[in-house]
Design a binder for this molecule. Structure first.
Ligand code: HSE
Length: 427
C-alpha cells in the first residue's frame, strides 16, 4: 500500500498549474477528507516545466508507472487525450479530466472502458467550471425524471454578451475586451460558434437520459453574427440576450439546441454576467433546481479538478473506485431526439422593410400562410427615409414553419432591405 495517493498530471497549462497550486495550498483539507496525503508524482507536458524533478516527457511513462493511482488529463482536444484516458483506464488507473470535447465525442468508448476495467473517471470541471453540476445531476438528483436542462454554459460568450449589453459595443469590440481580460482564447472559435456549449449540453443530457446524446443531435448557432442593434432593441422590450444550451423532454423526443436567446430581465439567467455560468435543471418531482458559479478561469476550473481528485481518492484509499460505475452507459437505452424543425418557441423578428403602403400586409400574409401567429408588432425608432424597422414577437411557433416563411420574405426584395433577424425567446 502506497503512503500517498500518487497523481500523474498530463498537461501543465493554465489549469494544470492551478491544480498543483491548490493541492499544495489545501493539502491539510485534502488530508482530512481522504485520510492519506495526495501528491503529484509526475507531470507530463510538451515543454519542460518549472518543476524538473517531476517532469516526464512521454505520457506512456506515467501510464506505466505502477505507483500512480490517478491520472489527471488536462491537455484538451481529442487526441492524444482520448488515448491517454483509454490507456490509463486499461492500465488500472482512475482518471480525472476537464476535457468536454473528448467526453462528448467518445462518451460510449470512455464509459464502456471504465465499466469494463472497473475504474472511475471524474469530470466535474468539464461542465460549468467550478459549479458542481455533474455531481448535482448524477447524485443530488439521482431519483429524478429530468424534464429540462437549460444553461448558460460558456464563460467567454457570456462575458462578450455582458460587454455588449452593458457598454453598447459591437461583437468585435466585446470579443477584444474579453481577450484582454483573459476570458477568451486567442482562437475563441469553439466558444463563440457554440460548440463548447454543445459539448457541455451533450454531457449533461447523456447523464440525464442515459443514452449518448451526440453534438450532431444538437442544433447549434453561436453569437458571432449578433448585431448590437438587436441587443439594444431587445433591452427596451425587457430582455437580455444569452447563449443558452437547452435540452427539453417533449412527447416527440428531446429538443436540443444551442443558440442566442432572449430572457426576461427578471429571470435568474438575466443576472448571470461575465464569466459566470448557470444551469437550471427541472425534475418531475424536484421542480427547478438552479446551479450558479464561475464557469471559466484558472482557479474555478482547477478547484473543480482538485475536488474530483479528492473525491476519487476517498475511493482509491478503500480500493473501491470504479466498483460501482459512475456513469452507467447502456447501449440498449435509445432516446429519441426531436427534429430541430419541430421545435416550438416564440421568436423576436426584426424586419428592415421598405417604408411604403402594403409591405406590412405582405409580411403578415406570408407569416399567416405558414401558421406563424403574431403576438405583437412595433415599429422601431431606428428608421430612415425609405426604410423602417419592424419588430414582431410571435406566439409559439414551429421552427420549420417560421423558417419557410422567413425564406419567402427574404427572397421578396420588394419587401425587405436586409435579411430578417430571428432570435428565440427562451423565457
Ligand atoms: N472556454 C470555456 C468557457 C471554459 O469560456 O466557458 C472552459 O470550459
Amino acid at each position: 500500500m502506497n503512503k500517498y495517493i500518487n497523481v500523474g498530471l498530463v498537461g501543465y497549462g493554465t489549469v494544470g498549474k492551478g491544480v498543483v497550486k491548490i493541492l499544495e495550498e489545501n493539502k491539510k483539507i485534502a488530508l482530512r477528507k481522504v485520510g492519506k496525503p495526495i501528491r503529484i508524482k509526475s507531470i507530463c507536458d510538451l515543454r519542460s516545466i518549472d518543476k524538473p524533478e517531476l517532469y516526464v516527457k512521454n505520457f506512456k511513462d506515467i501510464i506505466k508507472d505502477p505507483e500512480i493511482d490517478l491520472i489527471v488529463e488536462l491537455i484538451g482536444g481529442y487526441e492524444p487525450a482520448r488515448t491517454i484516458i483509454i490507456e490509463a483506464l486499461k492500465a488500472g488507473k482512475n482518471v480525472v479530466t476537464a476535457n468536454k470535447a473528448v467526453l462528448a465525442k467518445y462518451w460510449d468508448q470512455i464509459f464502456t472502458t471504465a465499466q469494463d476495467c472497473q475504474k472511475s473517471i471524474y469530470y466535474e470541471a468539464s461542465v460549468g467550471g467550478v459549479i458542481p453540476v455533474v455531481q448535482g445531476l448524477s447524485e443530488g438528483l439521482a431519483s429524478e425524471e429530468i424534464l429540462e436542462i437549460k444553461g448558460i454554459l460558456n464563460g467567454t460568450t457570456n462575458f462578450i454578451l455582458s460587454e455588449m449589453t452593458k457598454n453598447g459595443v459591437n461583437y468585435e469590440a466585446a470579443l477584444k475586451s474579453a481577450q484582454n481580460s483573459g476570458f477568451a482564447e486567442a482562437d475563441p472559435s469553439f466558444d463563440v460558434n457554440g460548440i463548447d456549449t454543445a459539448n457541455k449540453l451533450a454531457i449533461l443530457s447523456s447523464l440525464a437520459w442515459g443514452d449518448w446524446i451526440k453534438v450532431k443531435d444538437i442544433s447549434v448557432k453561436g453569437i458571432s453574427d449578433l448585431d448590437i442593434e438587436d441587443v439594444l432593441i431587445t433591452q427596451n422590450f425587457g430582455y437580455d440576450v444569452k447563449l443558452i444550451g437547452s435540452a427539453e423532454k417533449t412527447k416527440d423526443g428531446i429538443d436540443l439546441s444551442v443558440q442566442p436567446c432572449l430572457v426576461n430581465h427578471d429571470h435568474a439567467f438575466a443576472t448571470v454576467e461575465n464569466e459566470y455560468n448557470a444551469v437550471m435543471i427541472t425534475g418531475k418531482d424536484s421542480g427547478d433546481v438552479l446551479f450558479y458559479g464561475k464557469g471559466a478561469g484558472q482557479q474555478p476550473a482547477a478547484s473543480a479538478v482538485v475536488s474530483d481528485i479528492i473525491n476519487l481518492s476517498k475511493f482509491i484509499v478503500t480500493n473501491t473506485a470504479g466498483i460501482v460505475p459512475d456513469v452507467v452507459y447502456d447501449k440498449r437505452i435509445k432516446i429519441k431526439v426531436l427534429h430541430s424543425g419541430k421545435s416550438k418557441a416564440s421568436y423576436y423578428l426584426r424586419f428592415s422593410i421598405l417604408d411604403k403602403p402594403g409591405v406590412l400586409s405582405k409580411i403578415s400574409g406570408i407569416l399567416g400562410k405558414f401558421k406563424v401567429s403574431i403576438a405583437s408588432l412595433t415599429q422601431s425608432d431606428i428608421s430612415d427615409n425609405d426604410c423602417a424597422q419592424i419588430i414582431i414577437i410571435t406566439h409559439k411557433t414551429c421552427r420549420e414553419n417560421l423558417e419557410k416563411a422567413l425564406k419567402q420574405i427574404n427572397a421578396t426584395k420588394s419587401i425587405v432591405k436586409s435579411k430578417v433577424v430571428k432570435i428565440k425567446i427562451e423565457i
